[in-house]
Write a protein that binds this ligand. Structure first.
Ligand SMILES: Cc1cc2nc3c(=O)[nH]c(=O)nc-3n(C[C@H](O)[C@H](O)[C@H](O)COP(=O)(O)OP(=O)(O)OC[C@H]3O[C@@H](n4cnc5c(N)ncnc54)[C@H](O)[C@@H]3O)c2cc1C
Length: 237
């Protein structure tokens, strides 16, 4: 498939948009009273008559159905699976914890000088994916409309891990761990359009500390995505 075939195949172009911009856009389209910010669902329950959610602010809401769209660590899914487990209906695959086989570093630079990174000058997003030669890494860079650059660096692990493994160590995921990851990859080359050869180290130096994180890409497709009055949507299923 060629990049130019995308609109014909899918009906629209691909867009790359920073998460805060997307959130703000969605927020501006939904009436304010329909969104409760800073409130977490802590518990869910259901019976033949309806479904109930308990929230972190003490509120309890009732309804006919519940759509859980609360992400990869969905509390709605966890509660639904606890119920299925108690009823001895949870499949062995769904009972297993989320596995991961890659570690990932993501970042977004400050607004850059076009002289430092001439490819920012191009109208279309300049998306470059580099696969390491004999190294267990791949790295992607993509230019944004606001003259910033986003990057994703993926490290492929030798074996599948899980947060429930005895070897899992929380200290591998804080800001110190992100710093160590940056050091590991700082000499990897990138394509910038500049005469001066640039590396991921340059991008890291152009990034504010709070705009860089090491994330775990836990991957699993669950089999059960509904039960009774509860249905899951998005990463939670
Ligand atoms: C590093 C990274 C890069 C990615 N890049 C891309 C990409 O380039 N393109 C792409 O298409 N996808 C990308 N993804 C995947 C994409 O982000 C997810 O697939 C998508 O966000 C899933 O949407 P969702 O609505 O299921 O969950 P989320 O976007 O995770 O939303 C869940 C929401 O539920 C809220 N929530 C969680 N728990 C509770 C609770 N107990 N009570 C109330 N609310 C709760 C959270 O605050 C959050 O707002 C990326 C993911 C990661 C981690």
């Amino acid at each position: 498939m060629k990049f130019g075939d995308v609109p014909e195949l899918f009906g629209y172009e691909n867009y790359i948009i920073a998460r805060p911009v997307l959130y703000n856009f969605l927020h501006s389209k939904v009436p304010k009273e329909r969104i409760h910010m800073g409130v977490k669902i802590t518990e869910t329950s259901q019976n033949d008559n309806g479904v109930k959610i308990h929230c972190s602010n003490g509120a309890v809401c009732e309804g006919d159905i519940l759509v859980g769209a609360d992400g990869a660590y969905s509390i709605v899914r966890q509660n639904m699976y606890n119920q299925l487990k108690a009823e001895k209906k949870l499949s062995p695959t769904d009972a297993k914890p989320l596995p991961y086989s890659t570690e990932c570093l993501v970042g977004q630079t400050r607004v850059l000088d076009l002289g430092d990174f001439p490819r920012l000058n191009q109208e279309d997003c300049q998306f470059r994916n580099i696969v390491g030669d004999n190294k267990p890494y791949s790295w992607m860079t993509f230019t944004m409309k606001d003259n910033t650059l986003c990057y994703v660096i993926v490290k492929y692990l030798d074996q599948e891990k899980s947060k429930h493994d005895g070897s899992f160590n929380n200290s591998e995921w804080g800001s110190k761990a992100a710093k160590a990851f940056c050091k590991e990859v700082q000499d990897f080359p990138i394509v910038s359009g500049s005469k001066k050869p640039l590396t991921l180290g340059d991008l890291i130096a152009w990034t504010d500390k709070d705009k860089i994180s090491k994330v775990m890409l836990e991957e699993k497709v669950f089999e059960t995505w509904y039960h009774g009055r509860i249905v899951l949507l998005g990463d939670g299923e």
